[in-house]
Design a protein around this ligand. Structure first.
Ligand SMILES: Cc1cc2nc3c(=O)[nH]c(=O)nc-3n(C[C@H](O)[C@H](O)[C@H](O)COP(=O)(O)OP(=O)(O)OC[C@H]3O[C@@H](n4cnc5c(N)ncnc54)[C@H](O)[C@@H]3O)c2cc1C
Length: 416
């Protein structure tokens, strides 16, 4: 079957990979002249299969007043005159229950465990795919006793859902990751998950593109999709400049841009941008930088070693759809990283980046068919797009190919 994938971020490229492997004639359309130039470019680099619990959860609502006021809080909310934002916020508030959070976590774990086994298979099957991939393990740090106790409770729950994790006291955290010694006095303990991994999402995307081009997948880079039009026959056509394309099947993998393009078709996607930031710092043999992937849960900052670089990522700003740099937020992130790992490298030479997470209120991606016979969705992976890319792409590819899904794929459908 002829399938056109719209968007060449990690989701579009992974989808193209599995569709091609299933025997379809695949092409990819991307507005930039190169692939993965938007949210998949410099993300946190964590393949965080066991930490998929959505942001919406009990206890989140009382933190919102703080997010409204401070420019240094890990999360920031700027109300805007935007109906979509208010709709998104309302759905987010509704999702902040213990029951909804537990249900979404359980569903997301099914997708993330599928993604993990597919990533392992991909790395085995495609040795040419090089992206600083390491089975580094992840240590989630807790800075106060109450947060650590809550993490121990979660650990017990996660165990029942198939996660293998270990509670570590401060000495054990330092033994595992000596680079933490500067903040030892501020720690209450940590949770270590040996099965977590890291990799460079951008290099992963370039590697997939390279493989796919060699195998005959056509890339139309530098091609803006201007509109999607209802043909009136239950099918959709694509308008790109002067051209109109009518492929047998279309996959939407346009990240945050998906919402606006689908609106004229009457498809209301609950996907809204959550802006985040990263720094990439070159390390040297003298650097004191973590080898294990770290999440500082109180500060909501993640650290991943990607080859000779340290990637630092964090912050979530709701209320802006622009990926413009916000120097105040970037410097806040940089100061935080310098407090934790002061000798990791030359912070004044760090590369700064801003990206928009395509977030849904419940923290679940949207994948599956639409009411149009040739239109499919693979969007809304939010803060977990790299982690969930393989599983989301394979589920959708199997669906389009008429094969059974490895897990219940209706869990991630858009109701229509
Ligand atoms: C600060 C930060 C840290 C993160 N850390 C992690 C992490 O550690 N682990 C993890 O799993 N995830 C992480 N994420 C999330 C992850 O990066 C995203 O979920 C993922 O990159 C989304 O991929 P995507 O393909 O959906 O979107 P994108 O990468 O944005 O791809 C969409 C593509 O569509 C193209 N496009 C859009 N509109 C059009 C159009 N009209 N015509 C043609 N092309 C178009 C864009 O140019 C783009 O290339 C992080 C995100 C941020 C911001």
């Amino acid at each position: 079957m002829e399938v056109v994938v719209l968007g060449a971020g990690v989701i579009g490229l992974s989808t193209a990979y599995y569709l091609h492997a299933a025997g379809h004639q695949v092409s990819v359309i991307e507005r930039h002249t190169q692939t993965a130039m938007e949210t998949s470019y410099a993300n946190g680099g964590q393949l965080s299969y066991s930490y998929v619990s959505p942001l919406a959860g009990p206890g989140v609502l009382e933190k919102i007043p703080g997010w409204l006021c401070s420019s240094h809080a890990p999360m920031q909310f700027r109300p805007a005159c935007d109906l979509d934002q208010w709709r998104w916020c309302l759905a987010f508030v509704r999702a902040c229950t213990r029951q909804q959070n537990a249900q979404s976590t359980q569903q997301l774990l099914q997708l993330s465990f599928l993604s993990r086994s597919l990533m392992h298979q991909l790395v085995r099957d495609e040795p040419a795919l090089r992206f600083d991939y390491v089975r580094s393990g992840k240590l989630v740090l807790h800075r106060d006793a109450a947060a650590y106790r809550a993490a121990l409770e979660l650990l017990a729950l996660q165990k029942t859902l198939g996660c293998e994790q270990q509670a570590l006291d401060v000495d054990a955290c330092l033994k595992l990751e000596p680079a933490l010694k500067g903040i030892a006095a501020q720690l209450a303990g940590g949770i270590f998950t040996a099965s977590e991994e890291t990799g460079d999402c951008y290099r992963f995307c370039l590697g997939l593109e390279h493989l796919l081009r060699r195998r005959g997948v056509e890339f139309q880079c530098g091609t803006q999709v201007d509109a999607l039009r209802d043909c009136g026959t239950g099918l959709v056509e694509i308008s790109c400049g002067a051209r109109t394309l009518r492929p047998q099947q279309i996959v939407i993998a346009l990240g945050c841009a998906s919402t606006a393009l689908l609106k004229p078709l009457g498809i209301r996607l609950p996907v809204y941008p959550l802006r985040g930031y990263s720094l990439t710092l070159a390390t040297t043999p003298a650097s004191i930088a973590p080898a294990v992937s770290i999440t500082d849960s109180a500060r909501k900052v993640v650290y991943a070693r990607l080859g000779n670089n340290l990637r630092v990522a964090g912050m979530a700003d709701l209320g802006t759809a622009s990926a413009e740099h916000n120097q105040t937020r970037l410097m806040s992130l940089q100061r935080e990283a310098q407090r934790v790992f002061p000798d990791a490298g030359d912070y004044s030479a760090a590369a700064h980046w801003t990206g928009l997470r395509p977030a849904t209120p419940q923290g679940k991606p949207i994948l599956g068919p639409t009411r149009y016979r040739n239109l499919w969705l693979n969007v809304g992976q939010g803060a977990l797009g790299f982690t969930l890319a393989t599983g989301s792409a394979r589920l959708l590819s199997d669906w389009i190919s008429g094969k059974p899904g490895a897990i219940d794929r209706t869990l991630f459908c858009l109701p229509h």
